[in-house]
Ligand binder design. Sequence first.
Ligand SMILES: [Zn+2]
Length: 100
Amino acid sequence: MTTIPGGFRMLPAAEGKCPDCATDHDPQLPHNQQSLFWNYRFLGLYGRWPTWADALAHCDDETAKMWIGAMPEHGGPVVTMKEIEASRVFITSKKSESAT
Ligand SMILES: [Zn+2]
C-alpha cells in the first residue's frame, strides 16, 4: 500500500494490471503517464509528480528510443535519453534510500 502526502493510502492495482500505473500494458512499454494511479503512486513513493521520462525509465534503451522518436510526431512531449537516465538514477537512489 502506498501512502501519499496528506496521509491518504492507495490500494494496490487490480490483479493483472501494471502495479505502477494500474493500466493494461506490456511490462516493456512505458507506464500510462495520464493514469491518476501512476501519478499519485509515484508521488507517494518518490515525493514528486512523475514526468514522461519517469514513465519510460523502466523500458530498455531500444524501447525508450523508439518512444522518444514517436511521441513528438504524435503531438507528445520531447523527452531525451539524458532525462530518462536521470530518472533511472533518481528512482534507484530513492529505492535504496527507503530500503535502509
Ligand atoms: Zn505501468
